[in-house]
Every structure is written in structure tokens, then in C-alpha cells.
Design a protein around this ligand. Structure first.
Ligand code: ASP
Length: 323
């Protein structure tokens, strides 16, 4: 139930961004042939009872298929989160989001928000029109997390599991329980509206990246990802470096999606070292689903630790943006 503001209630704010959770298909039997980002966030809350003493507020921030997520939406989302978290009676924020880039948005928000209160992303693998949609339960669980006393930081809730915004990764193309937290494991579970924690809530970001919150245009530094693989070459890196020279959007950074413990095909490595010598920031992030890169003495290209390539890209963009 979406209620209007009552000064005595604790509010949980639900920000809509689109995704399958807001998707519509022509038939209730169709779980894949739908259009994402169709149903308003206020309608997604229909039929969901808020926890006792909690008032829900719905706000539509965007309406996209999250494969098309962009920097401007991220920026608006960060600003709306900061606004709502700053209201004394707001217990937390829930964000409905597509599954495809949920982990990127979660990591971005984790990196820029001083989230001393909970920011909970949630999603669905089936559209709102499905015979048995998973969205309503996920939203209800996310609201429970956002209203939980002592909860904080950026998390993602899907299929009854609470993941940290740092560790969460989409790991399945179809099943409802599509997310995992790798070696770290989940933070907890939501059971009948109660959160059962198995490890600590994520900490809030320590660094506020000013341009994200200031008015005016932001020139997002261009950072690209190039994968190392059998038979790789330096051609993609050379072309990327070349494409930026003299243009309005020069290449500023490069993330190598490496094999194993940060290893890179020798031809790709040579091109990356040349790019680095030319002033481009280069990071190595493993393409392995689990584990982190263990650095070795004499590594010529910096590693991104446990960050996946997409998260390493966000970290590097924010680092360059903050300079
Ligand atoms: N393509 C959709 C999206 O990310 C997939 C989903 O939400 O499950 O918005």
C-alpha cells in the first residue's frame, strides 16, 4: 500500500529505475519475451503491505532496461538516495532495478554514498505480468531489510538472500535465485519479513566523489574493458588508444579482464604497457568468477584485487573523476 507522508511514521522510500521487475509481456506464460521498464514503481507496490509503523513512498527515477543503464541515471539515483537518506524519518531506501547491471549500480552507490542507513537494490527474473512473478516478494523482502533496525550500507536482495553491494554478482541467466556473493558469501537471509544476518552489514563509502553530487555537467572519464584470452592481440587496445586521440572523449583508463591470477596474453600486455606509458591508467581485474588477484613483486600493471572487471572499471572511473 502506498501512503502519503505521515509525520509520525518511519518512511521507506522505493525508487524505481525499470528492469524486468517492471516488465510487461503479452502472455502470462512468457518469462523472456517481455519489454522491461514498463510498470510504474507505485504500481509495483500495489498489494504489498508495509511492515508495521512503516509508510512507503514511491518515486520514479528512471524507466530503463538495465542493460542500457547510464552515468546520468547513476548520478540522479545517487543524488536522490542522498536526499532521502538525509531525511530524519526515512529508515532506508529501496531501489527496483534490472538484474543485468544491478551489481554495477550497487557497487557505484556503495562507492559514492555515505550510506549510514540501508540502500537496498532489488529486482526480478520474471516480468510483472508472469504467472508467478518473483518481483513482489523481492520488493517485500527489500522493504523489510530497509526497515530493519541497525541495517546500513548498500545491499541487494533477491530470492530471500541479502548480498553486499560490493560482492554481489549476477551468476545465472534464468533461474530466480540469480545472484551470488562469491567467496564472501551473503550477508543474510530474509525469512517471513525478518532478517537473519550471517555477517556484518557493509560499511559506508569513506570517500565522497564530489562531481557526482554537484550541479552542472560531469565529464565521465572514458574507461574501457578489454578481455585477455587465448589468441589475444594488442589490436583492440591500440584501436581504443587511437580512437581517443584528438577527440572530445579520449580514453583515460583501461581495465584488462585477465585470466586467472591477473595473467595477460603477452601481446595484449605489450599494448597495455604502451598505453600506460602514454598516460592511460591500466588495471588488471580477473575474469574468474571467484577469488582475487594476489599481487606479485614487480607487477608492471596495477591489479584491482577482488573487483570484477565491471566493478574495477567503476572504481577507476571514480578515481579519475575525483582527481
Ligand atoms: N534486461 C533486464 C534488465 O536488466 C533483465 C532483468 O531485469 O532481469 O533490466
Amino acid at each position: 500500500m502506498v501512503n502519503s507522508f505521515s509525520p509520525n511514521a518511519r518512511r521507506v522510500v522505493v525508487l524505481g529505475t525499470g528492469g524486468t521487475i517492471a516488465g510487461r509481456a503479452a502472455s502470462s506464460a512468457d518469462n523472456i519475451g517481455y519489454k522491461a521498464g514498463e510498470v510504474d514503481v507505485a504500481d509495483l507496490l500495489g498489494g504489498i503491505d508495509a511492515p508495521p509503523g512503516v509508510t512507503l513512498v514511491a518515486e520514479q527515477v528512471a524507466q530503463v532496461d538495465s542493460k542500457d543503464m547510464d552515468f546520468d541515471i547513476w548520478r540522479t539515483l545517487a543524488q536522490r538516495c542522498a536526499h532521502w537518506l538525509g531525511q530524519p524519518d526515512v529508515a532506508g531506501v529501496v531501489i527496483t532495478h534490472g538484474t543485468d547491471t544491478l551489481e554495477e549500480t550497487a557497487f557505484f552507490l556503495h562507492s559514492v554514498l555515505d550510506a549510514m542507513k540501508p540502500v537496498v537494490l532489488t529486482c526480478a527474473m520474471r516480468p510483472a505480468t508472469a504467472l508467478a512473478p518473483d518481483g513482489p516478494q523481492n520488493v517485500r523482502d527489500a522493504i523489510s531489510v530497509a526497515a530493519t533496525e541497525g541495517a546500513r550500507g548498500v545491499t541487494a536482495v533477491c530470492a530471500g538472500t541479502v548480498h553486499s553491494g560490493v560482492d554481489v554478482q549476477k551468476v545465472h541467466t534464468y533461474r530466480l535465485d540469480a545472484f551470488a556473493s562469491g567467496d564472501a558469501g551473503p550477508i543474510g537471509y530474509v525469512e517471513e519479513g525478518e532478517v537473519r544476518l550471517v555477517r556484518a552489514w557493509p560499511s559506508a563509502a569513506t570517500r565522497r566523489v564530489a562531481p557526482v553530487f554537484e550541479p552542472g555537467d560531469v565529464q565521465w572519464p572514458r574507461v574501457e574493458i578489454v578481455m585477455s584470452h587465448a589468441g589475444a592481440s594488442g589490436a583492440v587496445v591500440d584501436a581504443l588508444v587511437q580512437s581517443g586521440t584528438g577527440g572530445s572523449d579520449p580514453l583515460r583508463g583501461l581495465v584488462l579482464a585477465t585470466t586467472g591470477n591477473g595473467t595477460v596474453h603477452y601481446l595484449l600486455e605489450a599494448a597495455a604497457l604502451k598505453a600506460q606509458d602514454g598516460g592511460i591508467a591500466v588495471r588488471r581485474a580477473t575474469r574468474c568468477a571467484n577469488g582475487r588477484i594476489l599481487p606479485k613483486e614487480g607487477d608492471a600493471l596495477r591489479d584491482a584485487g577482488a573487483l570484477t572487471p565491471v566493478k574495477a572499471r567503476i572504481a577507476l572511473m571514480l578515481e579519475l573523476l575525483g582527481k
